[in-house]
Design a protein. Structure first.
Length: 560
């Protein structure tokens, strides 16, 4: 993204942040807006982060500014290069780019250290020898003031000496911390002498082994924004109580103070978005990894087949506000469904096959029927689908004793095989247990497209695959990971709401031959089944593996 990128055409709905930015530019308060997306590289991004990415990069794009990607990498014990690379890849996947504006808080460590010495010299910071447990015990409560540390009134000279020795590596982990001297009686708990630096003898993924003391997130965050000249520091509401602390540091240091604005985070039902809980799901084997298609991580929904366009549309649709509210996951699924309906080519796949034999069709005959790849988009072309005497149909498309209103195949009934012939059931073959294993039919030879009886109407249309030409594949039917709309509510273990039917693996699905070499990541509508994606990791030419992205309609809500 360029320094002065021209404003883009946008249909983004108005929100209070767009109004603030527009007013600031109109008044001349800022001539260029600068936003940032500042993730900690300690895990994989989830759908909640997508809202922040779209908001920050979208505002910069639409108002001709720039958006920085900055890693707030202040804790090397939890951060990995793998996470940072995944974050960069995910931001690009969503359709955004930071250009030359990639930054790391760790690049500012020397400046942050010098500012910490400045605060010590001003009497605004001190070295504390208390343990973490002692500091927690003396912090106080929401109704009771905290207790001042016995080390709070050390001299400036002693504090500077100890802090420099901390940097020099003289003390073990946890032996000392640098704290801000603010107000142990403040009603804002964040202002009760918060820690600024801790000792951690751990190499840093980006900064290497130069440091053994590391700044706390709350100390580094506001100054990083200041260094980068951020004009609109946008974050979620849980950081609202941290703003006075950020501003205290900036004011005491006498440096540029960015303005912070808070918005409501994304709360999505039928899921959890706590990094700790998502990590627990991975570590306990409840899912197959961070990119499990049931996970709300962006690598997970990407593998499931969600499109970046649908995620951006979802973020625009839910809007930006100041009040917390819950969004139905069905809204996200509908955005995916609408996007794929426009762009996904159609194909036929039989997930639970039942053999159908057309007894009056020659056994050695093979026809090919021209079939559109998309019924409303001729520009997407067509393909030739082979047809033979033996086919596979869905088990659910046949009932020996049809229920009332059943319009598919049953003894004596007729249906149209999509894009092919009308067939009539003449009998069945059963196994020793009495289960139907084969359906016998006759066909109307003139009922194919262009035939003399092509316009003859029958009540049902079903899909099929030629048994001789079918491609056997593994198909994974993913559903919501949790069976309760609020699995993260207090008082009950969220894992007790795990949906036991969130994954069904079908190993013997029969697909039309055009899907044999589907490229990993390619998406299709399996007619009458839903939208599916060739798995990015496990699918290979001639050995496809498909994930169900979303059903054709919401089976959890009104459409059930």
């Amino acid at each position: 993204m360029s320094e002065q990128q021209p404003a883009a055409e946008t249909t983004a709905p108005a929100n209070f942040l767009r109004t603030i930015v527009a007013d600031d530019l109109a008044s001349g308060k800022h001539t260029t807006i600068v936003t940032r997306f500042p993730p900690e590289p300690n895990g994989y991004l989830h759908i909640g982060h997508a809202k922040s990415i779209c908001l920050n990069f979208g505002l910069a794009r639409d108002f001709g500014g720039r958006c920085h990607l900055r890693f707030d990498d202040t804790n090397p014990a939890k951060e990995e290069i793998e996470y940072a690379e995944s974050i960069k890849d995910t931001v690009r996947w969503l359709g955004f780019d930071w250009g030359e504006h990639l930054y790391y808080a760790s690049d500012y460590f020397e400046q942050l250290y010098l500012w910490a010495e400045q605060l010590i010299s001003q009497g605004d910071a001190y070295v504390d020898d208390q343990t973490a447990e002692e500091m927690r015990a003396t912090r106080g409560t929401l109704t009771e003031a905290g207790t001042e540390s016995p080390y709070r009134n050390r001299s400036v000279e002693e504090n500077l000496d100890l802090f420099r020795r901390m940097r020099g590596g003289e003390f073990p982990d946890g032996a000392k911390v640098l704290r801000a001297r603010i107000d142990m009686a403040s009603p804002n708990m964040n202002l009760r002498d918060p820690a600024m630096y801790r000792i951690l003898h751990t190499p840093h993924p980006h900064a290497g082994d130069k440091w053994c003391i590391y700044p706390m997130y709350d100390y580094a965050h506001g100054q990083s924004d200041s260094i980068e000249g951020i004009t609109h520091s946008i974050c979620t509401l849980e950081f609202e109580d941290h703003k006075p602390l950020y501003e205290w540091f900036l004011d005491k240091l006498g440096i540029y103070r960015p303005r912070q604005y808070e918005f409501a985070r994304l709360n999505l039902n039928y899921t959890v978005m706590s990094k700790r809980k998502l990590l627990q799901l991975v570590q306990d084997g409840d899912v197959a990894g961070w990119d499990d298609p049931r996970m709300p991580t962006l690598v997970g929904i990407r593998r499931r087949g969600y499109t970046p366009e649908s995620v951006r549309t979802f973020c625009e649709r839910i809007g930006v506000g100041r009040n917390d509210n819950w969004i139905d996951v069905g809204v996200l699924e509908e955005c995916v469904r609408n996007d794929l309906n426009e762009k996904a080519p159609r194909a036929m796949a039989v997930l639970r096959p039942l053999k159908l034999v057309i007894e009056d069709y020659p056994g050695d005959r093979v026809e090919e029927f021209e079939t559109a790849n998309h019924p409303q988009k001729p520009e997407m072309g067509s393909r030739r689908v082979p047809f033979s005497r033996e086919l596979y149909i869905e088990q659910d498309d046949f009932m020996e004793e049809p229920a009332k209103g059943f319009k598919r195949l049953s003894p004596g009934a007729e249906v149209r095989l999509r894009n092919a012939y009308i067939v009539q059931c003449t009998g069945v073959v059963k196994d020793a247990a009495g289960n139907v294993i084969e359906v016998r039919c006759s066909h109307d030879p003139g009922s194919h497209t262009g035939g003399p009886t092509a316009d003859r109407k029958v009540k049902g249309v079903i899909h099929w695959v030629s048994a001789r030409h079918a491609v056997q594949a593994e198909v994974r039917l993913y559903d919501r990971l949790f069976s309760d709309p609020n699995p993260d509510r207090g008082g009950q273990d969220y894992k007790s709401f795990l949906n036991p039917a969130s994954l069904e693996v079908i190993s013997d699905a029969q697909l039309e031959r055009s899907l044999a070499d589907a490229a990993p990541g390619s998406r299709f509508q399996f007619e009458r089944q839903g939208y599916f994606c060739a798995d990015e990791k496990d699918s290979a030419p001639g050995r496809p593996v498909f994930n169900r992205t979303v059903t054709l309609r919401d089976s959890w809500g009104a459409g059930k």
